[in-house]
Structure formats: C-alpha cells, structure tokens
Design a protein around this ligand. Sequence first.
Ligand code: 3PY
Ligand code: MG
Length: 228
Amino acid sequence: MADLDLTTHRGLWLCVLGADALELLPTDGIGWLGVDLQHGVYDVAHLPGLLRVAQVPVLARAASQDPGHLARVLDTGVAGVIVPGVESPADVESLVAAVRFPPEGRRSTGLTRAVLVGGPERPLLLPMVETRGALETVEEIAAVPGVDGLFVGPYDLSLSLGRPGVTDADVVAGIARVREVTRERGLLAGAFSAHRELDPQLPADLDLVAVDTDITALRQGVAGLLGG
Ligand code: 3PY
Ligand code: MG
C-alpha cells in the first residue's frame, strides 16, 4: 500500500476555489485537500495550478471511471484518486488497470507534469463505496490487488440504499463496515462528512475525513461576519 503522510486526517473538499483563493486560505488543521472533478467546477486543467499552491497532499475525486480521464488526472501529479460510483469488484479491477503502470496495469507514461515536475511513485487508488453493490461486495473489493483504500460517499450511499439521510443507521453501519474490512487488510479508509451530526458517528480511526467543502466554509464565513 502506498503511504500518505498526513498531519491530520481532517481534509477540506474543494468544489469551487481557484488556486489564487486556495493560496490565501489558512492551512492550520487541514491535513489534505480533495479536489472534486465530479461535482465541483473543475476540469483536469485546474489541477496543476491548485497543486502548485497546495501545502498538503491533494487527492482528486475523479469525474468518472473512464481510464483516459483517470490517466490525465494522474498525469498532473496528484497524490491519488478517489473514484466514484463503483458497483463491483470487476469495476475495481478495471480501475487498477487504468491507474497502475505495467506490469500491474495498463497506464501509459509521457512527458507529464507528474514525470517532469514530480508526482508520487505510486498514487493512491481509493475507490468509493457509495452504492449498494459496492457495500454488498466490500470484502471482495478490498481484496482486489492494487487498491490502497476505500472512501465512503454517504450521500450517494443513502440514496442507493433507499435510506433517508447520511445519519441513517444503515448508512452509519455501512461506514463502520468499510472501516472494519479495510482495517483487516491494512488499507486506508476515508469518508466524506459535511454533516455535524454524522461526525461523531464516524469511526474514530478513519484515515481521511472530508470535514466539509470550500462552499460551506465560504458561506459560513460570510454569514459569521455579515449575517444579520
Ligand atoms: C457522497 O457522499 O456520495 C459523495 O460522493 C461525497 O461528495
Ligand atoms: Mg457521491
């Protein structure tokens, strides 16, 4: 398993901030940054600028499982990819093929930022557990060689399970199950939160918690300063 050297498991999830704004943020208490290419405003082309000013490891949440997209994300030199929407061990085997160089996988190299400026030897592959299919096959998914950890998306998981919200008992139990399975295999486990009632129900030993988004930080900052 690849290492991720973090000062804290608490991360900030970026959806909208550009590099100029990120550079001005206080960094105390932030161990890592998630850059959301699935639901944020970003394209792959935003990553180099964000990476240049980031003071902590950057994990990109990919837009999709498409191998061409994943390769371009990794070419920027991010510490790893969080990949949405997997349903099965077969999906995860395809991800390993996409993100690992031969002989482990089929990723191609080139004159990339990762090669010329620097990226990790072995970026992290963190498939998301956010579907019923992924949760039901989580042991097999965690056993796929080449996976470094699993990252729970509680919002989609609650939709997929047909449960009313992220603090629903089945969703919370799903997160605990992911931690249990990853712990047994020595893999990383992470989860998105953005919910203050979910925070205390998360396993205490998660390696990565996306505490909240830049959007919420901005909204709360403005409300705190100027709100009536
Ligand atoms: C989810 O909770 O489904 C996520 O993907 C978090 O962004
Ligand atoms: Mg999701």
